[in-house]
Design a protein around this ligand. Structure first.
Ligand code: PMP
Length: 362
């Protein structure tokens, strides 16, 4: 089997052992005589799968009792509408931080329902930093404060959790850094994440929401977009994404085996450190435009000094079994997504390739 190191931003690499386990029970899950794909979502087998997944997620993240975990569909993009529809209540405005592509899309969608105050933006310097929190113009009457903790395309990550004004819930798009380092869930009103980076396959979106926020939906909120409806039905109002939930469950068990989120976080630090060191010690052959404290440990973006070498970088890398390194078309350059499931060997292999490539073309 030809296996490559896949640096895709999502859908992304999954732990090899998880795929092998899924393969081994693909035709017959635990003696049920059925594939998970064929099971009724309300049957006892699938109920066990979804229950275990929630239980394991709660334990790994130490999610407090007064938070609900929802397994939804529609991607993180659907949360751009669900968040304002559900949390606006009697309020008229929301606060947002703009740190790049995904922040902007969240802002665009929220504008359909609310007055959107951009309390801080790093657009002035091409989204290369997170504005200092003491400069944010937060409104104590905002329905919530929204931010994107890791900008997948830009390669920018918040090194801190913001503190909104008293009583204003903090909402976070955590899609591309979910489960990658420890967080205190108590700091948040709502967290959402598309699964296809650190949790499992696409088709599943995980939402963690504080219970007191479940009853603020606008009257126009469609049933399928109402958190309360999904919470009351334990994510079974309609057919959930059964197979992705099953794979997510296997990934959560794998995280536990890696020493939990703490163990994963230490490895993520090491992986990102190797790559940024390679960039910084290349004598300018490679460069990162993100200011050092805000460089993402999940999506490492960089440029070649001589951009005419971009195509050969990508094709030579591919010949070495290193794939999906081309940056997003919006920002160009290169991007190595090194989510939880990327083994350190993959990063070392990329580092060697980058050093060789620089020697040959420098
Ligand atoms: N937010 C972030 C930070 C993302 O990285 C992505 C997907 N790359 C999205 C939102 C959109 O996710 P989806 O495609 O699941 O709707």
């Amino acid at each position: 089997m030809a296996k490559v190191y896949n640096f895709s931003s999502g859908p992304a690499v999954l732990p090899h052992s998880v795929l092998a386990e899924a393969q081994s029970e693909l035709l017959d899950w635990h003696g049920s005589g059925m594939s998970v794909m064929e099971m009724s979502h309300r049957g006892k087998e699938f109920m066990e799968i979804i229950h275990d997944a929630e239980h394991d997620l709660r334990r790994l993240m130490a999610i407090p009792e007064n938070y609900r975990v929802l397994f939804l569909q529609g991607g993180a993009s659907q949360q751009f509408s669900m968040v304002p529809l559900n949390l606006l209540g009697e309020k008229k405005s929301v606060d947002v931080v703009n740190t790049g592509h995904w922040s902007k899309l969240a802002i665009k969608e929220a504008k359909h329902y609310a007055k959107v105050n951009v309390v801080a933006s790093s657009e002035d310097r091409n989204f290369s930093y997170v504005p200092a929190e003491d400069t944010w113009q937060c409104d104590p009457n905002a329905a919530y404060l929204h931010y994107t903790s890791n900008e997948t395309i830009g390669g920018l990550q918040f090194p801190f959790v913001p503190t909104p004004p008293e009583g204003v819930p903090l909402v976070c798009d955590m899609s591309s850094e979910f489960l990658s380092h420890e967080i205190d869930v108590n700091r948040f009103g709502l967290i959402y994440a598309g699964a296809q980076k650190n949790i499992g396959p696409s088709g599943l979106t995980v939402v963690i929401v504080r219970e007191d926020l479940l009853d603020r939906a606008l009257r126009i909120t469609p049933t399928m977009l109402n958190y309360r409806v999904h919470a009351d039905a334990d994510s079974m109002y309609n057919t959930p994404a059964t197979f992705p939930i099953y794979i997510a469950g296997l990934v959560l068990k794998w995280i536990e085996e890696q020493g939990g989120i703490k163990g994963i976080a230490a490895r993520n630090e090491e992986k990102a450190g190797l790559l940024y060191h390679t960039i910084d010690s290349s004598g300018g052959f490679y460069s990162s435009h993100i200011e050092t404290p805000f460089r993402s440990k999940m999506n490492v973006t960089f440029r070649l000094r001589d951009e005419s070498l971009n195509d050969s970088f990508v094709s030579e890398a591919k010949k070495n079994g290193l794939v999906q390194l081309k940056g997003h078309r919006v920002v160009g350059g290169m991007r190595a997504s090194i989510y939880n499931a990327m083994p350190i060997e993959g990063v070392k292999s990329l580092v060697h390739f980058m050093q060789d490539f620089a020697r040959q073309h420098g």
